[in-house]
Design a protein around this ligand. Structure first.
Ligand code: ATP
Length: 235
C-alpha cells in the first residue's frame, strides 16, 4: 500500500520583512484525494504550495511526502509534480517538442517519460503537434500540467491552475485533475473559489490569514455552512 502522500505539521513561513504568511498549518492528504486549498487572496495558499513544491524553506514545521521530508533539493521532489503559472515554452516549437526538450533538461532522461499518458490526461489531442504560439491560455496551462506529469508523479501540486481561464477552459482543467486522480494518484490544488473546489475536489482545507479555519470532505463543509464562513472572510 502506498504511504500517506502528505503530512503537514505546524507549518509556518515568516518572510524576511517579518510578515507571517503561514502560521501553524497542519493537515494531511490521503491516497487518491483531490485536496483543495481554499481561501481569499493573501490567505497564504501560494506560500503554502511553494513550500510543498520545495521552492522555499519553511521557517518552522515539517512537510513529509511518502515519509520523506520536503525541502529545496530533496530527492522526494521527483515524486511531486508542480504547476505554477507562467511556465515558459518555446512558441515556435510544438507542444510535444517543448516537452521533449524539457525532459532532456531535467537530468532524468534515463527515467521513462510518460509522454503518451501525460498528454492524454492533459487532453490536448492532436494539438500537441502544433506550435505553442497557436495555443489558447487554457491549452498552455494544460501543456504545463502535462509537463509536470511526465514522470507520472504520485502527487501533483497545482497553484490556481484555472487562473485566467474562461468557463470552457475551466471545465477542461477540471477534467484533467479528475483524470489524474482516477489513476489512483493524489492532487493538491489551490483556488479562491468555493464553487470550483466543490466541483473538482474530494476534500478541502480552508485558509484565512495563514491559518486553517476549516477542513474536511467537500460535501460536509458545504453542509456545515462553510460557504457562509468563507464569504464572511472574503474582503
Ligand atoms: P493569492 O491568491 O493572492 O496568491 P495567497 O493565498 O496565495 O493569495 P500568498 O501569495 O501566499 O497568498 O501571500 C500571503 C501573504 O504573504 C500576502 O499578504 C503577501 O503579500 C505576503 N507575501 C507573499 N510573498 C511574500 C514575500 N516574498 N515577502 C513578503 N511577503 C510576502
Amino acid at each position: 500500500l502506498a504511504k500517506t502522500p502528505m503530512v503537514i505539521d505546524g507549518l509556518r513561513k515568516r518572510y524576511s520583512g517579518g510578515f507571517v504568511a503561514v502560521d501553524g498549518l497542519s493537515f494531511r492528504v490521503e491516497p487518491g484525494q483531490v485536496l483543495g486549498l481554499l481561501g481569499p487572496n493573501g490567505a497564504g495558499k501560494t506560500t503554502t504550495l511553494r513550500m510543498l513544491m520545495g521552492l522555499i524553506t519553511p521557517t518552522e514545521g515539517s512537510i513529509r511526502v511518502f515519509g520523506h521530508r520536503v525541502r529545496p533539493g530533496a530527492p522526494v521532489l521527483s515524486r511531486i509534480g508542480s504547476f505554477v503559472e507562467g511556465s515558459g515554452f518555446l512558441p515556435h516549437l510544438s507542444g510535444k517538442a517543448n516537452l521533449e526538450l524539457y525532459w532532456a533538461s531535467t537530468g532524468r532522461p534515463a527515467e521513462k517519460a510518460h509522454f503518451a499518458e501525460a498528454l492524454e490526461i492533459a487532453g490536448l489531442g492532436d494539438a500537441v503537434h502544433r506550435r505553442v504560439k497557436t495555443y489558447s491560455q487554457g491549452m498552455r496551462q494544460r501543456l504545463a500540467i502535462a509537463q509536470a506529469m511526465l514522470g507520472l508523479p504520485e502527487l501533483m501540486v497545482l497553484d490556481e491552475p484555472t487562473n485566467g481561464l474562461d468557463p470552457p477552459q475551466i471545465h477542461q482543467m477540471r477534467e484533467v485533475l479528475r483524470r489524474y486522480a482516477a489513476t489512483g494518484r493524489t492532487v493538491v490544488v489551490s483556488s479562491h473559489l468555493l464553487a470550483e473546489v466543490e466541483q473538482t475536489c474530494t476534500h478541502v482545507v480552508v485558509m484565512h490569514r495563514g491559518r486553517l479555519v476549516a477542513s474536511g470532505e467537500v460535501g460536509e463543509l458545504a453542509a456545515a455552512g462553510g460557504e457562509a464562513t468563507f464569504r464572511v472572510d472574503t474582503p
